[in-house]
Design a protein around this ligand. Structure first.
Ligand code: PNS
Length: 165
């Protein structure tokens, strides 16, 4: 059985992430999405909220499960019985950062390989940060996230729209 993990912050999950998840779920028999519980970062959404949004957004895919993790990605991969880490590449600017992480992970554990999926062109500009930025100014994020994630993001910014305080 070919198993992979797809780690990330997913703060929040975007349509770009979902595209990568759908495609990776066809390449592997089982895909575990790892939501990073990073105490160094202060995400907009709690780990539980991010996990729940991902569960809702991927409920149509049978071989995908969502977990959170707090340690090294390679350790999480091992725990999941996976030997591949999936990451999306949007642009050349992503490559340098991703290459460094992939090489570091291989030095830590040479049995874990990274598989890069090139983001669909229609999501090449999209990031969780840009979703939050547009929402913070009261902009329309319906082209970037699922309707249920859109509702969750809107709740976070209710009464706090920048320039309208
Ligand atoms: O969605 P992100 O924030 O770009 O994901 C980054 C992530 C989670 C893949 C990276 O920060 C990570 O792997 N963190 C876990 C800690 C770890 O394994 N560090 C070594 C490689 S940087």
């Amino acid at each position: 059985m070919k198993k992979a993990i797809y780690p990330g912050s997913f703060d929040p999950v975007t349509l770009g992430h979902i595209d990568v998840i759908e495609r990776a779920s066809k390449l592997f028999d089982h895909l575990t999405i790892g939501v990073l519980n990073n105490i160094a970062k202060t995400p907009l959404f709690s780990t539980e909220e991010r996990v729940n949004m991902l569960k809702e957004a991927t409920k149509h895919i049978d071989n995908v499960e969502i977990k959170c993790f707090g340690g090294l990605t390679v350790d999480f991969a091992k725990e999941c019985g996976a030997n591949a880490v999936v990451r999306g590449l949007r642009a050349v600017t992503d490559f340098e950062y991703e290459l460094q992480i992939a090489q570091l992970n291989r030095v830590i554990d040479s049995e874990i390989d990274t598989v890069f999926l090139i983001t669909d062109l229609k999501y090449a500009y999209l990031s969780s940060s840009s979703v939050k930025e547009v929402a913070a100014y009261g902009g329309d994020i319906s082209n970037f996230v699922t309707p249920s994630v859109e509702a969750e993001v809107k709740k976070k910014f209710e009464g706090k729209i920048k320039g309208k305080e």
